[in-house]
Structures are given as C-alpha cells and as structure tokens.
Design a binder for this molecule. Structure first.
Ligand SMILES: NC(=O)C1=CN([C@@H]2O[C@H](COP(=O)(O)OP(=O)(O)OC[C@H]3O[C@@H](n4cnc5c(N)ncnc54)[C@H](O)[C@@H]3O)[C@@H](O)[C@H]2O)[C@@H](O)CC1
Length: 496
C-alpha cells in the first residue's frame, strides 16, 4: 500500500530527506525537474514546438526554472520563460535557479501584472506558478493570469499540481485554477486527484519518483492508502491440493426479478468465476430457466414469497440486492437477514430499501459490506455537496457501524472499520455500463465465502474487478459486465 500524504506531510518529508540523506535542497529540486522532463519528453518529443513556462517565485517556480534549463539543454530552442512576479517573496532554491539562468543569459519575461500579458503564441504551456504551497483560492492577479492561460486553450502540463488546485480537502465547485492536460507530480499522487471534481483541474496525472525517503513517507500518520498490485499478490491465497468445494465456501446471492434477472445471473456468474465452492442464487421462479440454462453450476433457490433464509449459517457469504426490486417481502427478507446478525454484502435495491429504513442501518451486522455509488450513498447517509465531505461521512460511518463501505467511483474508496480509506487504482471508463456493480457484488461474495476477512474481500474484489476491465479495455472501447466476470479467473491466475 502506498501511504498518501497531505501537502504539509510532503513538506516534512522533503525536509527529512534533505536532513537525513546526502542530498541538498537544490539537488532535490534538480531531481524533481529531471523526473518531470523525462516524463514530459515521452509525450512531447518534437523539439521545434513552442513551449511557454510560467514560473512563480516559490519552489514550484524553482522547479519550472530548472525544467526550462533542462529543456534548453535537450535541444528545445523555442522556450519562453515567464516569471510571475506578483509577490516580493522568493524561495532560496528559486533564487539559485534564477541566477543560473541569468548567468546563461537566457531571456525571461517578467509578468508584474496579469494585464501585462498579451498575444502569447505557444503550442504547449508548463504551469509552475504555484504548487503544493497553495494556501487559499486564487484571487486578483493570480486568478486573472490563470484565466488568461486557460483561455489560450493549449495543452498545459502542470508541475506537481495545477496552480490553484488544493492537494487535499474540499475542491470548490467554482474552481478557478489551471485546467491541465496532464499533471506530473512528485513521489505521490495528491489525495484530491482521486475525486471526480479533480477532472476540473487535470485530465490525467502521472507520478514520478524523486528520491524522497520512502520509509519516512510510509510511516506517516495517514488515513489514505493507495492499493498496489503487490498487495493483491500477497493477499491472494492459493488453492490447495486435496481441497474440495467445501474448502471454498458456499455463497448465497439474493438477486434478480422478472425484468432484472440479468443482474442475478451476472452476480452469480462472477461469484462462480471468483472461486466460491458453491453458489446458490435466490431468484424468482420466473428466472429458473434462465439460470439453469446459463449457469448450470449454480444452485437455484426459488424466492417468490420468501421472507426468511432458512439456516443462514450454512452460507459463508450472503449478498443481497442486484436487480432485486423493491417490495414489502424483500424489505422483510432484508430485515430478517440483518437480525440474523451474519455479515452481509448489501448492494443496489437492498441499499435503497435500507435508506428507507434508517432503523436497520444501526443494526447492520458487523463486517457487513455496503457497495453504494454516490446517489445510493447520499440516500443512505444524507446529501453531500462534494466528494471530500461524502468521504468523511463514509469514513465515520464505517468506524461507527464497524462495517466496510465501498464508495464506488472511477477510483473506489474502501472505508473500513479501522478508519482507513483504501483507494482502488484499477478500472476505466470502458467499464461504465449496467451490470458492472452486479459483477462486483458476486466477486466480493466469493472472496467472503473463501474466508477472506471483509476488508480483504472488498480490496481484492475491487482491484481484480477493475484490473480485469483494464486488460479487456486494451483493445476495446467498451467492456461488458459478463466479459469482466469471465475474465476474473484469468486475472486471479495472473496475479498469483
Ligand atoms: N515537497 C517536496 O517534496 C518537493 C517540492 N518541490 C516543489 O515545491 C513545491 C512547493 O513549493 P513551495 O512550498 O515553495 O510553495 P509554492 O511554490 O507552491 O508557493 C509559493 C508561495 O505562494 C504563496 N501562495 C500560496 N497560495 C497563494 C495564493 N492563492 N495566492 C497567492 N500566493 C499564494 C505562498 O506564500 C507560498 O509560499 C511543490 O509543489 C513542488 O513543485 C520540489 O522542488 C521538490 C521536492
């Protein structure tokens, strides 16, 4: 897991690295600039292009000057350096880099007022005005300058973080900072890059290592952790010799309705393909033929007037919700399951029923897993104006109720009873299609059936689901839910 840090923690890491490693502050800046340039040149290898580099007077601007110097020495001739002189203050390393450029007699344009800027002609912009030192939203000259740059409508590469973008905390809906094509950030992604509102500031981001002390970073006190493939490899347990279907548990999937049987089939299919020893699908009578013909391995449990699961203890995992439909009978079924006090996976319509019955939320069995998307989450726990606030609520609720909340999104946030927030990096827009959540629910159920703890089951399911989608999307514009379900065993095998 990568521990993700706030700007203040990154600053401390910077200081610690300089104090404890044989590297001076200016050399760390040089390393950062080199790492930026390496990544930039992979995208932009045409050295005849016009590049405008806007540099503030803090360390972000210092990076910008070092980047300019490196590009000039890499044969890029059409570089224009703009020094944003809106403050008297300058950082020491900015001053050193400025002197180096002065000595090399490269020309710089000083911008004293945003209004001074006129007729800039460039192909590419590098934004090094303000970085992680941002301490308030942009106003006056900074806001006007950024507005001017955005209006040029050119490809903007941001150094570390787009100017004006808060690295953590609430992202204002009236964000007025740089709109970057790509942000190349140092050592760790900014926490806020994982929120949908960050699309206002950068289309994508790439993280480049600059040699900060990893031990120090990993031991910082943080709630945010980015899941890595190596974590998944360590967590997965191999299937053992002499094992049998009983070894891998029995999952019950309560899902589907007359017009939404597909959801039950997708959940059951992914549960089967994720390796549950036995999968039972509790479906309406009308879906029996569909189930028996498409998934002969799955046991059917007809549901019609079903209000209570007999002997729930015989299942190691129970998931309820995909395509279930809202009815009094289903609400009673959900209530009875909650009173049985066995951990549940609760998705889709079961979440909607839960939001109508707040009395049941407090009674959720410990270690249950809720899989809401944004709207389902807000129905359950109240309206939120932004993702930062929504995630804070999810974190608190997961702790209070001792459950796992998977807040689904491009980057799903997995909030666990210990107060940690795991961010899943896999998944892509080709997966934005109905049925994807049903597949995820089945995968979680299968991992629970195989006796993975709830937190581990949620992390594994989310990562592998997204990874399967990523691999399928390499040569497809869209990936269907059933394709993802079928890809799961292949993905698990690769990861092992
Ligand atoms: N922390 C690290 O690990 C490293 C940081 N580096 C660079 O250093 C940057 C951070 O540098 P600094 O801390 O000098 O800060 P910045 O360069 O981001 O900002 C400079 C100054 O601008 C002022 N400011 C903040 N918000 C403002 C606003 N809204 N309007 C007007 N003025 C405002 C502040 O007084 C701040 O000190 C990073 O983003 C990165 O680019 C790299 O050089 C290398 C390593």
């Amino acid at each position: 897991m990568q521990t993700l840090l706030t700007s203040a923690q990154m600053r401390r890491t910077d200081e610690f690295t300089i104090a404890n490693k044989p590297i001076a502050s200016i050399d760390l800046m040089e390393k950062a600039a080199r790492a930026f340039v390496q990544s930039f040149l992979r995208d932009e290898f045409d050295s005849t292009k016009n590049i405008a580099i806007f540099c503030g007077k803090g360390n972000n601007g210092g990076d910008g000057l070092a980047i300019a110097y490196l590009l000039l020495h890499n044969g890029y001739e059409n570089i224009k350096i703009y020094i944003v002189n809106f403050s008297d203050k300058q950082s020491d390393d900015f001053a050193i880099n400025r002197q180096r450029l002065d000595e090399s007699r490269y020309r710089k344009t000083i911008i004293n007022k945003a209004a001074d800027l006129k007729n800039i002609k460039t192909d590419i912009i590098i934004d090094a005005i303000l970085g992680s030192g941002l301490n308030k939203p942009l106003t006056s000259d900074y806001a006007d300058l950024v507005k001017y740059i955005n209006k040029l409508n050119k490809k903007v590469y941001a150094v570390d973080v787009p100017t004006g973008f808060p690295a953590e905390g609430e992202i204002p809906s009236d964000y007025n900072g740089i709109k970057a094509y790509k942000t190349i950030c140092f050592q760790r992604p900014k926490i806020n890059f994982f929120f949908p509102e960050s699309a206002l500031a950068t289309e994508k981001h790439e993280v480049v290592a600059i040699g900060l002390d990893e031990n120090f970073i990993q031991n910082q006190d943080s709630d945010f952790f980015l899941i890595e493939e190596s974590d998944i490899r360590h967590m997965l347990k191999p299937r053992k010799l002499f094992s049998h279907k009983g070894t891998y548990g029995h999952a019950l999937i309560i899902a589907g309705n007359t017009n939404t049987m597909g959801a039950a089939l997708l959940s059951s299919m992914s549960c089967l393909y994720t390796g549950a020893g036995l999968t039972t699908a509790c479906i309406p009578q009308s879906g029996l033929i569909a189930l028996n013909t498409t998934l002969p391995e799955v046991i059917a449990l007809p549901r019609d007037e079903y209000r209570k699961v007999d002997n729930p203890a015989k299942y190691q995992a129970i998931a309820i919700g995909p395509g279930l439909g809202l009815s009094a009978a289903h609400e009673k079924l959900l209530e009875n399951l909650i009173f049985d006090n066995q951990p549940l996976v609760i998705d889709a319509d079961a979440l909607n029923m839960l939001s109508e019955r707040p009395d049941l939320i407090d009674k959720l069995p410990e270690n249950s897993i809720l899989t809401p998307h944004m709207k389902e989450f807000d129905r359950l726990f109240g309206e939120h104006q932004n993702w930062w606030d929504r995630l804070q609520t999810a974190k608190v609720k997961a702790q209070q109720l001792k459950i796992v909340i998977m807040l689904k999104n491009q980057f799903t946030f997995i909030c666990v009873p210990k107060g940690r927030i795991y961010i899943n990096p896999t998944g892509n827009p080709a997966m934005a299609q109905g049925g994807m959540g049903d597949v995820l629910t089945g995968i979680i159920a299968a991992f629970l059936a195989q006796k993975y703890a709830s937190t581990d089951a949620a992390i594994l399911a989310c990562y592998i689901h997204g990874k399967a989608g990523d691999n399928l999307a390499m040569d497809k514009i869209v990936v269907s839910a059933s394709q993802v379900a079928k890809q799961i065993p292949v993905e698990i095998k690769h990861l092992m």
